[in-house]
Design a protein around this ligand. Sequence first.
Ligand SMILES: Cc1ncc(COP(=O)(O)O)c(C=O)c1O
Length: 299
Amino acid sequence: MGKKKVIAETGAGQHGVALATAAALVGLECDIYMGEVDIAKEYPNVVRMQILGATVIPATHGLKTLKEAVDTAFENYMKDPITQFYAIGSVVGPHPFPRMVRDFQSIVGVEAKEQFLQKHGKLPDNLVACVGGGSNALGLFTAFINDESVFMHGVEPAGRNLDTLGEHAATMTKGKPGVMHGFKSYMLQDDAGEPAPVHSIASGLDYPSVGPQHSYLKDIGRVNYASISDDEAIEAFFELSRLEGIIPAIESAHALAYATKLAAKEGVGTILVNLSGRGDKDIDFVVEHYGEQYGIPKN
Ligand SMILES: Cc1ncc(COP(=O)(O)O)c(C=O)c1O
């Protein structure tokens, strides 16, 4: 395609690390746009990207998190769409980005289905995945979309308070149709129809809109969308770490917390949870803010 540079936005830094890795492998330049707040919060991933040779460019306006990283990436992409390629990090943006990202991510569901069938000899009764922009969820759901017996649950961040705009990022639960970043979907918005401020403890989930296919799946009733608070996610973060020896990303911990609630209900059957990322990137932040509460002595 004649491109010299790949660019992307990143929230928690996972997509940035993935793209920087690929760019290093094939010898392309790589610029990653990341909110200034997330740069501080997810610092281990920033260093990873820099070690891999990528340039991390801070987004310094607004809340300085994921939405602003996407704003800045698009702004710079439009300055030079000929030599740069924008590898967007979720199922958002104008067509064909949502379809491309969904199709690439769908390997997750194809492999999960195969593994679950091998292990249990039947399909799972439930799928659970966290939803920021919605790519890991669609990656899992797509392989099961025509399997009507499989219930699907998308888990959004309820943040600190689901009833106050600005304190959560539960787009599907609290948003209404709106346009941003070149696509129409459920969106958290102010009275003027502009994207509202959002909050989530998970840097990858605090986005005021969601991939348009999720809005469709909600409207046709194929997927149930629920929400999990910051504190519930942290509890699940420690629970998986201490029960299974797996430290999950705080994003993924939202899915785990919801799965735990679901499992407590009678007759729900089997549950397949998408563990969308590992939590190494989160440990400094978690220990600083929640360490004492979970029995970790202060250094
Ligand atoms: C580990 C992890 N899970 C989930 C997400 C949310 O993105 P998406 O909803 O597109 O899967 C992110 C975003 O940064 C992430 O880092």
